[in-house]
Design a protein around this ligand. Structure first.
Ligand SMILES: [Zn+2]
Length: 313
């Protein structure tokens, strides 16, 4: 249950309406619908009696390793005759677990005939079967279907909870990516993770391009790597932060003879520029980091960085 961040209203429902056999999980992509699905299934099949799944018993482990034979994933878009056939097996007892589950993902695309076929199962639930429907919005389903399900609507999570989750998972040093992900995820954790990872990947790519250009003294390449749209101040900030922390690593290896096994092949080549030059680059980046707070003229700072990087001292 701990895996589900926020969404206290859902935890409350899961702990009180234990008699329900049909659930409808509603929420956008990245809102934690599948985390909730896992919790829902495991809390029912877990061999240890408690409100939260134990995660350690045979049933929990079978489910987590994808070896639970009593979970049937139904394609909601199947032609109605095939759809009925799949559902007809719901009358059979579970093979291994206490309960069997029929999981219907992407229900927003479910045809009306299929919804009507499903309705019969929802109306007369057998006490060893659960149905879990997953959709973006319940509005895309027939009211009769929705009314027979316990609806679990995923709600946005507080910014501070998202920030804490990302910091625990990825560390706190990439402050720009963190801020970017929190500000743009709309309160949904899955989306926040995607945004964070893409953002970091993007900055890493820029960094690699810059270092390659630096080694070959390719001025145009360096400018390409540092050129940011004037509006993307946060991206530039993050790029400078990354550059600063990596150049600092290289400087420590050169200046203090620290083991350089953590450096990339390109970074090892940067070492050959010598301590003085690397120190000058480092100082220029420190100055940029401080200066950008007062003067957000990114092109100006880009020219400054490239110039200092090429300075032969
Ligand atoms: Zn268990």
């Amino acid at each position: 249950m701990k895996k589900l961040i926020g969404n206290e209203h859902i935890k409350k429902i899961l702990q009180t309406k234990s008699g329900s056999r049909s659930f409808l999980i509603e929420g956008c992509t990245g809102s934690g619908r599948h985390t909730l699905l896992d919790i829902l299934i495991m809390s029912r099949i877990c061999e240890v009696k408690g409100l939260s799944p134990c995660g350690a018993c045979g049933a929990c482990r079978r489910y987590e390793s994808g070896n639970c034979v009593d979970i049937v994933y139904v394609d909601a878009t199947l032609p109605v005759s095939e759809f009925r056939k799949v559902l007809s097996s719901a009358a059979e007892y579970p093979k291994k677990e206490r309960y069997k589950f029929y999981v219907l993902d992407n229900c927003d695309d479910m045809k009306v005939q299929n919804q009507n076929a499903l309705l019969k199962n929802l109306e007369e639930p057998l006490d060893f079967v659960y149905f879990v429907l997953i959709c973006v919005t319940k509005e895309s389903l027939l009211k009769t279907v929705v009314s027979r399900c316990t609806v679990l609507s995923m709600k946005p999570i507080q910014d501070n909870e998202i920030k804490k989750y990302l910091t625990d998972k990825y560390g706190a040093e990439n402050t720009e990516a963190l801020a970017y992900a929190v500000a743009n995820c709309g309160g949904f954790l899955g989306k926040a993770k995607n945004l964070y990872e893409n953002h970091r990947e993007y900055s890493d790519k820029r960094y690699s391009e810059f270092v390659e250009a630096l080694i070959s003294e390719n001025t145009a390449g360096m400018f390409r790597a540092v050129s940011f749209d004037g509006k993307k101040r946060e991206d530039f900030n993050e790029f400078v932060n990354i550059l600063l922390s990596r150049i600092k690593n290289i400087l420590i290896c050169v200046g203090y003879g620290k083991d350089d096994s953590g450096l990339s092949p390109e970074e090892k080549e940067v070492m050959s520029l010598g301590e003085k030059r690397i120190k000058n680059i480092y100082n220029a980046l420190v100055k940029t980091k401080q200066g950008i707070k007062y003067n957000v003229n990114i092109p100006l700072w880009s020219v400054y960085i490239v110039k200092e990087c090429l300075k032969k001292i």
